[in-house]
Write a protein that binds this ligand. Structure first.
Ligand SMILES: [Zn+2]
Ligand SMILES: [Zn+2]
Ligand SMILES: [Zn+2]
Ligand SMILES: [Zn+2]
Length: 159
């Protein structure tokens, strides 16, 4: 009983001191802003405490915190509870197509990028054969085939 009470008190203290922590020298590792920072859960780096700026279902990418936790291997690796270093995690490698794996491991939401970037064939539109950058979105898939934005629009209008 006593031990439990103490643990609670300690947790409270922790929460309070976190708020008071000096953040004036720290900068967000992604955008360089100072002030209103927090640490990432996955890799303990300073980052904007801005997840509340995200509007639900907007898919906006204006939150450093969210971008790092959602669009990087580091965040994924942590969220999935993998062990070891994300940069050489086999389970992460198996979780995505190579192109997306490379995107999640090298995009601007990373503090550190993949050391070894695997080769991959660019994804092409099954209809017009133009290259689709999966990380940029705007494409659609059907039955394992990829369609660029233009061809996808065209197809849908025919339905
Ligand atoms: Zn930031
Ligand atoms: Zn991280
Ligand atoms: Zn992993
Ligand atoms: Zn196309």
């Amino acid at each position: 009983m006593k031990g439990q009470k103490r643990a609670k008190a300690v947790a409270k203290k922790k929460a309070r001191s976190k708020k008071r922590e000096r953040t004036d020298r720290a900068r967000c590792g992604l955008c360089g802003k100072t002030g209103n920072l927090t640490k990432t859960e996955c890799c303990d780096q300073w980052i904007c405490d801005d997840e509340d700026r995200y509007v639900l279902f907007s898919y906006a990418r204006n939150s450093c915190y969210r971008n790092h936790s959602r669009y990087t291997l580091c965040g994924f690796h942590y969220a999935e509870g993998h062990s070891g270093d994300w940069q050489n995690c086999q389970r992460c490698g198996d979780s995505f197509e190579t192109e997306m794996y490379v995107y999640y491991g090298t995009n601007e939401y990373n503090f550190e990028t993949l050391r070894e970037v695997p080769d991959y064939e660019p994804t092409k539109c099954s209809k017009c054969n133009s290259v689709i950058v999966l990380g940029e979105g705007g494409y659609s898939t059907r039955g394992g085939e990829y369609f660029c934005e233009r061809c996808a629009d065209f197809d849908f209008s025919q339905l």
